[in-house]
Design a protein around this ligand. Sequence first.
Ligand code: SF4
Ligand code: SF4
Length: 470
Amino acid sequence: MGAEFATSRYTFRIPLSTGYALFNASTGSVLRMDGGDADELSALLSGARTWISEESLGQQLTATLRRGGFLIDAAFDELAGVRARYWAARGHAPVVLLVTTTMDCNLGCYYCYESRSSDALTVQDVDKLVAIANDRLKRNHKQSLHVDWYGGEPLMNLSFLEQASEALQSLCRTQKVAYHASVISNGTHWPNDVGSFVKQHQIRQVQISFDGLAANHNRRRRYRPGYQSDDGQASFTKAAALVGRLLQHTRVDIRFNADHGNADDLAGFIEFAKEEGWFAAPFRCVLFVAKLSAYSDRSAFLRPHELSPERFDELQALARRTLPAEALDEENVIAGFPQPRTSVCGALASDSAVVGADGLEYRCGLQVGETHRAVGRFGGRQNLLLQPQEFIDRGWWERFDPTELPTCSNCSFLPICWGGCPKRHLDGDSSDVDIEGRYWRTNLPRMIADGLGERTSDGCVLSTADQFRE
Ligand code: SF4
Ligand code: SF4
């Protein structure tokens, strides 16, 4: 009797105009099946675990299915394979320092969950930042340092940013490791010569947020009392002009923050971006839609403003239909198909850190200012009451492993999802975690069909039975 193989728990079946596509989330392989027994065989391969003999399929088809990971040796532990990849990614991730230069901001967005305090890093903190970077680079012999300047509005503390940037670049030259930076900004407080600024500080990406077209954006992003624009222009005009200038020198990611009040602006905003020439500039412009949501208790007041999952899907579909392909940024999509994950967010990267302007270290930028979420002391402010034993989340972050969670370990999206945002798990909000499953059930069929130059039938979504199977 010939060898027997098990079906993979990570195979999905997507109906096409003729036949099916099989996609294996653990290997990223895609296989098209047509013909008489395509229906039965694809159902077998994407269903509950079963054993199939080489004799029944024939040598050639068996070999093809084994190469793609659709059939595996019966003793092979697929979950352990995903776990090994996950921990390797945490250890191998480059060093990323997300540095909150200040909690101050010149705009008063209604949804801003950051506490606008006077906390800011000072030039006396530069040496401490360099010491952190040096430690993180050395302990696992890392070859690159990426700094993400963050706030508040990071450019409101320009003197610190410039001195810290020079010092960190100098460290990297001495250590012979690569250096690059990015900025998350509201786009209203930049130096005039952005070309020199970008070059001097090796900024390879800038994220600028918009809250709709001018009327909505300016109403939501008003200057706070005492923080007027230097030239009298409203925040939309300032930010839009900056995007045009930045795109001559570096990549810009446009984040369109959507809620009930501005969702109807998206189509017009994309038209505006096209007319401004943002997608034909020397550097790449990516536009993505973000749902304004309550990330923490501090922002729970946002719940009534949140878009429903269906409305958010509509906006994303609109963006996909109307944006040029290079302006879309679908995570982990290579050559048209989703790929098994090989990288983690900065919060999970073993050698990365979030430096708060309050002198505390966090794992995720969205936690800055939530002192009970801190995982260590950076050393900036000395008057904090927290003692090392009070950094109770530290162990949670060190141990977090989606392959050990009851839900994710049984989920067939696990290799392409890795549990989604770990902060959602820490916050314990199961409805937030469910969003990931919904995303994949709704979008995976379209992604696979797109990659094959096909369309799925309207409304083709995977089921929870496809996601969680015996
Ligand atoms: S924990 Fe979530 S929000 Fe924070 S960096 Fe990771 S993915 Fe982003
Ligand atoms: S889709 Fe949901 S259950 Fe599946 S791995 Fe992602 S977060 Fe976990």
